[in-house]
Ligand binder design. Structure first.
Ligand code: FES
Length: 212
């Protein structure tokens, strides 16, 4: 349904929670005492964003979605807008099918995040941050430390971390995504979680005292 247009994109004219979102929001609200359902606002905004991804291939939070949530949680719409616009993980405008979130904070930078950024730009044609590729497939966002420095550098795609990245792995990942193949997340160097490259070096044998 056509909606209002602002800032170069269209806002949907309406938003209705689908069955999956209804169930998730109900579960979130149930975590809090009666009268405190506003506490569910942050994860519920994420539910809206995920529904938009399911329905439009673009994970974002439209105004009508925030309005529907405000009504559900008994909040003034402006209070939902304030929360949604404060947190970086909520996209207030449509984005590409895949959200490339590039960590450039010091540990990732020391481990080559500049190469990852350059490879993403080369593969997608995107010039700046928060821009979407001409084919609508990718949006590139610069993020601060995502808490996985031990496997730096990190390229987060939607909710998944791709770790131990380099230029070639980045180009291969983007090519795979373009084909609709989502590679397994985690370390791309083949190491076990964040164990040393080449395998674990400690706790190679377990010594448990038998129970008396
Ligand atoms: S600096 Fe990139 S994950 Fe921490």
């Amino acid at each position: 349904m056509a909606g209002s247009s602002s800032a170069g994109f269209e806002q949907p004219a309406s938003f209705t929670f689908d069955a999956e979102s209804e169930a998730e929001v109900a579960k979130l609200i149930a975590r809090y005492p009666a009268g405190k359902q506003a506490s569910a606002v942050i994860p519920s905004l994420y539910v809206i964003q995920k529904q938009m991804k399911r329905q439009t291939d673009s994970a974002w939070v439209p105004v009508k979605g925030m309005d529907a949530l405000a009504e559900r949680l008994g909040m003034a719409p402006i209070r939902v807008y304030e929360v949604a616009t404060f947190y970086f993980m909520f996209n207030m405008a449509p984005i590409g099918k895949y959200h490339l979130q590039l960590c450039t904070t010091t540990p990732c930078w020391l481990r080559g995040s500049d190469d990852i950024v350059a490879a993403c730009r080369e593969a997608t044609g995107i010039k700046g941050w928060k821009e979407t590729s001409a084919d609508g497939m990718f949006t590139m966002t610069e993020v601060e430390c995502v808490g996985a420095c031990v496997n730096a550098p990190i390229l987060q795609v939607d909710d998944d971390f791709y770790e131990d990245m380099d230029r070639e792995k980045t180009l291969a990942l983007i090519a795979a995504l373009r084909e609709g193949n989502i590679p397994p997340k985690g370390s791309m160097s083949g190491r076990q979680n964040s164990a040393p490259e080449g395998g674990p070096t400690t706790m190679l044998t377990l010594h448990f005292a038998p129970e008396a």
